[in-house]
Design a protein around this ligand. Structure first.
Ligand code: FBP
Length: 306
């Protein structure tokens, strides 16, 4: 397959990567209905770990079956499916080669008392399962942030040497961050930037709010304001923080909510130059026909003219 000019341009931004990693990034960028556009929609299903099985799957019991998520991602024409080891193993043979996969190699859970993640998969697992990338969560702001960053540093080095891409979920959390701070614009930009500095190929953050939270940053944002009331401008600021667009950045969907509200976010991501969405609960907690309709509407937004 010939690369589109857009995908070739994106790959040129990853100047140090070997052909294996570039081929895996291209696999993700070329898959599904958004293939070749530089935009992506990814299905992440690690909520069973993060929130527990019933909170995740009771709204749509078909989603207890790991095969369901592969099928949903494939039928919706998504770019990739991201999940922890056990879920990818459970569909590995049936779906080999059907859709790019991202092995989520660390996980937290709601029974834990610390803002930390356990390493639950390896680069060799990702290679064995035919994955295109590893996915790793860091919690900037947590007491364990430095440990998580050092674990990521080791795993990213191995993943890149093996020709895999690295996707970093960068979620600010910890004792100094209240709920407002976790998604404040300045802190979301800071978290995205640290993921870029840690060598992520694809960065995943939550859509930022209007808040500016870090006292040390308020003066700078006052003298160099971002139009915080405009959601697309907030996204554009996150893109700036991702090496001025030289690193791919996607935004999460959050808890299940109405399609209109989610599509408003998607329109802002598209207009602000973000690279796409990583939508879990809003997809798999709906019935399959409703999820396919919503994912199709999201993709249509990313296919539209900005
Ligand atoms: P959602 O679209 O369901 O929000 O999924 C994105 C995600 O990052 C998951 O990968 C992860 O399990 C979850 O969000 C974490 O959610 P929370 O912020 O509630 O811990």
């Amino acid at each position: 397959m010939k690369l589109t000019p857009r995908v070739a341009k994106i790959l040129s931004w990853y100047e140090s990567d070997n052909p294996g990693t570039k081929a895996n990034l291209a696999r993700i960028l070329n898959a599904g209905r958004l293939g070749g556009t530089g935009r992506m929609v990814i299905l992440p299903v690690d909520q069973g770990f993060e929130h527990g099985p019933a909170r995740s799957f009771a709204p749509n019991p078909a989603a207890y079956d790991p095969h369901y998520h592969f099928e949903l991602a494939i039928e919706a024409g998504l770019n990739a499916y991201a999940a922890p080891l056990g879920s990818l193993e459970a569909g590995a043979a049936t779906f080999a080669g059907c859709i790019p996969t991202i092995l989520k190699v660390n996980s937290s859970n709601s029974l834990a008392t610390t803002k930390d993640q356990a390493v639950t998969g390896s680069v060799s697992d990702a290679l064995r399962l035919g994955c295109s990338a590893i996915g790793f969560t860091i919690y900037p702001g947590s007491e364990y942030a430095f440990d998580l960053m050092e674990e990521l540093r080791d795993m990213a080095e191995d993943a890149k040497a093996a020709g895999l891409a690295v996707v970093v979920w960068s979620y600010p959390r910890g004792p100094n961050l209240d709920k407002v701070a976790e998604t404040a614009l300045d802190i979301a930009a800071y978290a995205a930037h640290m993921a870029a500095l840690l060598g992520a190929h694809i960065i995943k953050v939550k859509p930022p709010t209007e808040a500016i939270s870090l006292d040390a940053a308020k003066k700078t944002y006052a003298s160099h304001p971002v139009e915080v009331g405009d959601a697309a401008k907030r996204i554009a600021h996150i893109v700036q923080a991702c090496f001025n667009g030289r690193r791919l950045v996607v935004f999460s969907g959050g808890e299940s909510r109405g399609a209109d509200s989610l599509l408003d976010d998607v329109r802002a991501i598209h207009a602000g130059g973000g690279n796409g969405s990583i939508v879990g609960r809003n997809a798999f907690q709906r019935s399959k026909p409703d999820a396919l309709k919503l994912l199709s509407d999201i993709i249509d937004v990313y296919l539209s003219e900005v």
